[in-house]
Design a binder for this molecule. Sequence first.
Ligand code: M6R
Length: 611
Amino acid sequence: MCGIVGYIGEKQAKPILINGLLRLEYRGYDSAGIATIEKTGIKCIKNKGRVAELNNNSNINSLEGTIGIGHTRWATHGKPSSTNSHPHLDNSGNFAVVHNGIIENYADLRDFLKSHNYNFLSETDTEVIPNLIHFYYESSKSNSKNRFLQAVSNACKMLKGSYAIEVLSSYYPDNMVVVRKDSPLVIGKGFNENYISSDIPAILSFTKDFYLLNDNELAFMSRNSIEFYDENIKPIQKQAKNITWDAGSAEKDGYPDFMLKEINEQPKAIRETIGSRIAVNSKSVLPDLEINKTYLKSINKIFIVACGTAMHAGLSAKTIFENLCEIPVEVEAASEFRYRNPIINKKTLCLFITQSGETADTIAALKLAKSKGSKTIAVSNVVGSSISREADFTLYTHAGPEIAVASTKAYTSQIVLLAIIAINFAENLEINKEKSEELKKDILLLPSKIEEVLKNTDKIKNFAQKIYKEKDVFFIGRGIDYTVALEGSLKLKEISYIHSEAYPSGELKHGPIALIENNVTVVSILTNRLLVEKSVSNIQEVVTRGAKTFIVTNQELNHDFDEVIRIPKTNTLISPILSVIPLQILAYYISKEKGLDVDKPRNLAKSVTVE
Ligand code: M6R
């Protein structure tokens, strides 16, 4: 969480930093700040609230300088306040730091620094960093640039936890040092100017050439040079990567919010994710996945591990893998998996799903699986993200940048890619050829079917206008529809703050039905022909108790319900890709009716890089 941005060049840094922070605000938005180096030294302006408030801060217009750092915060240690906002300065005022991550041993480091007469103004973990840098800087005699670099490196060696850090020093008015460990940081290379950011889209309008730092690597930057070092200050070489994303894809493109844009981008995201990976009557093509047949035949269990919406994609994929590959699949939240000593050995394959590729728990779970001898596959949307540097294989969804905190196109693209992986496995295992061929045909038809589903938008919006004041909403479904109920319920609660629960339809009468009373809304997903009668009976049970019903279905129903959204028929295994869309739209319009900030819901951040 938190976004950091930096600029070193010939232009005024302030507008570039503000622009970058506005794009990174999805990572956290409870306070913001920037610092630049002026003739008189480091100047820092920060406040509680969003980047827009920082931009309106009466002092900001006086901020000058062509080198600067910026931060938008998602509070972990210390409540949102001006004092706790970044940048943080050391006691001498000669070092300024912005930090994304958590310093776990900050209390010990504070005590250590206090014993050397350092004082602390904030309640944050970050404030130890500039002071440690100052401490090491002062204990060195050298006068070279290495003194700055060495001081940052020595300070980092004291830190336990995760960090992406940018450091300014008034002793080095033409330089900046950046370093990362377990938190994202990219460097954009320009002409006589360089950029730093937590993610690529925030600075994509300035450059397309990026360097990705690995854990514990540092960069010493000037306007026209970037030198890379390992943790022992040994120089290392890096190649810039050219990013092909179009800068416009990180803009709203005329939509009022990123979420609505991203919902509507799903046909394209799915088309691009399929790419040339599958075609009817030919073998699937996954060049990034060199899994041989003998290995695959030895596998007796697959774990799918992820968080939030990505985990819901995994729950849907479980059914696909078990059907096509006939290997048992267990799906687990990364934050649980990593703390329960799961039984993993060489016969276990572990798959990790993460849009950002930066989710701390998912990365830690992958490291655990690897240490126990499992092969690891990551499914991510961000090229070069941290998880791709840890996994044995990384396969990318090509959904384009997802900016809204609520995940939409990443989820549907993940299910498509997982289905293609399952097809690839079945081909290698030489089983279920017919089923795979059927599924391929259905996958290829998805983009046009999603366009059909999107035509229901006005109808769904009308229903949202009827129910947006409700306190509780229930989502039900059976089989794979239940996994969609979970996702619909998460979408609603995260952006509309309405309490919602998802249950398997058959579980209602084992307890939850006690909560159903007059006018409560029950959303039901019904896509499996074999389960339709049983599911309709469950819906009748809630109708009898006064519930309002919103049904998403591709089946013929001979009953009257309050609202029925008809979606095209498809293979049940991939039905979540169609049935989730009305639920995304419903959550979106309920949030809009309530006048909420759809893209940046309270208390949340897009990338959860803390555990
Ligand atoms: O980047 P990741 O896919 O690893 O993120 C996982 C979750 O934090 C994410 O899906 C979250 O649940 C979304 N806000 C849901 O819309």
